[in-house]
Ligand binder design. Structure first.
Ligand code: BGC
Length: 438
């Protein structure tokens, strides 16, 4: 066996998640849920949302803000009741200008600057005079003290804006709306994107009781039927990206230790789009420097030089000469004259890393299902949004296959389905519920 082949065999062993390991991870996840819910030490924050499941009858014209990463969307949503809604207007804008003229995600920008910018975009979709309830999806770990009171615990996804951690995000946005002269837009609810996805999906299908984002970030939430705080149903934002009951490889440790927040978000760093490309790069770099896979280049040493989109292209390349893989290796890393075994190795690593992500995520959902319905006696729908689930070749299939491996025949009780752009609509539903109750 040559050096490359030997190295690849070892990597394959390290990245494979067997059915037995999925069962272990599921059991650890279930235990972490129970601990987090009752306030014991746990890597799962189990954050209360103060939102229950929707009735499907929520109605009205609502502004929704969907802030989940470097792109923010503002929507004007008309909820018509009976599970129907209409998106009347929408704008999407980056918080970081690609030509460098502004960057509201950097540590030199402040919270008020960031929220003033968002408020200016909301001003473009509302008319003067009318009162608009506003629902805000804010996809970062927040300690909720009420449905409209969410204090950012810490930024994730490498965002660094100053003066937001430790502050009430609903207040920061409302202050910015007032400063913009659109105080008739009234923040009613701040929710996590997983909660938004769950609400939007449950608005049309009441069997939805788990929701997740498999995109740039990763997280899941579920409907706790009898929440210890209220003894009533409540969506719980697990912040499962922070789950630490997962076996890290040396590449994961390397990535984690050189990230913005070492030791935090261990599962997210192994499972989400923000990081998968970097895991692949770290492995490929080792294959280049230690297994003579190719002539070394400066660019293969540059962190985050492989994007998630590249990963999808690599995995989808079924051409005999792996032309797309070769192009990416050259464009991103300056690796040239790669042999077919080198190109195959890159593709294999990409598949292994993406498959590991799906199997770890499936194991956490299995743990969640064991918590809410140990015998799988009723039907459950898991609503998922995010680019990995929607676009990465094989990702959705790997999730379903993993569930079937874990639950056998009983897996037919579990449906996993795409809930596209649900988080914005979910924020509108949460805001309408609160506004109509007042
Ligand atoms: C955040 C979560 C969010 C997830 C998906 C994670 O980085 O901590 O709050 O739900 O990304 O956007």
């Amino acid at each position: 066996m040559d050096k490359l082949h030997t190295a690849l065999t070892i990597i394959e062993e390290q990245l494979s998640i067997s059915a037995g390991l999925m069962h272990d991870v599921a059991a650890r996840f279930q235990a972490a849920m129970a601990a987090g819910l009752t306030g014991q030490p746990s890597s799962l924050k189990m954050l209360p949302s103060f939102v229950g499941s929707p009735t499907g009858r929520e109605q009205g014209k609502v502004v929704a803000v969907d802030f989940g990463g470097t792109n923010v969307r503002v929507l004007l949503v008309e909820l018509n009741g009976a599970g129907r809604f209409n998106i009347v207007d929408r704008r999407s804008f980056p918080l970081k200008d690609k030509y460098g003229s502004y960057d509201y995600t950097s540590s030199s920008a402040t919270g008020p600057e960031l929220f003033d910018f968002i408020a200016s975009k909301i001003a473009e979709i509302v008319s003067p005079g009318d009162i608009y309830p506003l629902g805000h999806t804010f996809s970062f770990p927040c300690r909720q003290y009420g449905v409209n009171e969410a204090v950012l615990i810490s930024w994730t996804k490498e965002i660094k804006t100053a003066g937001v951690e430790g502050h009430n995000v609903g207040r920061l946005l409302q202050d910015a709306l007032e400063r913009k002269g659109i105080g008739h837009v009234k923040s009613q609810a701040v929710i996590n994107d997983t909660t938004g996805t769950l609400l939007a999906a449950a608005y049309i299908d009441a069997t939805t009781d788990i929701a997740a984002i498999c995109g740039t970030g990763h997280n899941s939430c579920y409907l706790e039927l009898c929440h210890p705080l209220t003894s009533r149903p409540m969506v719980v934002n697990m912040e499962s990206g922070n789950f630490d009951g997962v076996p890290q490889t040396k590449y994961d440790v390397l990535l984690d230790q050189s990230s913005e927040k070492p030791d935090a978000q261990k599962l997210e760093k192994m499972a989400s789009g923000q990081y998968l490309g970097e895991v692949v790069r770290l492995i490929v770099r080792e294959l280049v420097t230690e297994a003579d896979m190719a002539k070394d280049s400066d660019r293969v040493h540059i962190p985050y030089s492989l994007l998630t989109e590249d990963l999808s292209v690599i995995i989808a390349d079924d051409s005999p000469e792996l032309a797309a893989v070769a192009k990416i290796a050259t464009d991103r890393w300056g690796l040239t004259e790669l042999s077919i075994s080198a190109l195959t190795a890159i593709k294999t690593v990409a598949i292994l890393v993406a498959t590991r992500s799906a199997r770890l995520v499936a194991a956490t959902w299995a743990g969640t299902l064991m918590h809410i319905d140990p015998g799988l006696a009723r039907r459950h729908t898991i609503a998922v949004d995010g680019s990995l689930y929607e676009k990465m070749p094989g990702y959705a299939d790997n999730l379903s296959k993993a569930m079937a491996e874990i639950f056998g025949d009983r897996a037919c009780q579990v449906v996993i389905r795409l809930s596209k752009d649900g988080s914005g609509v979910g924020a509108a539903i949460a805001a309408a519920t609160v506004y109509n109750l007042k």
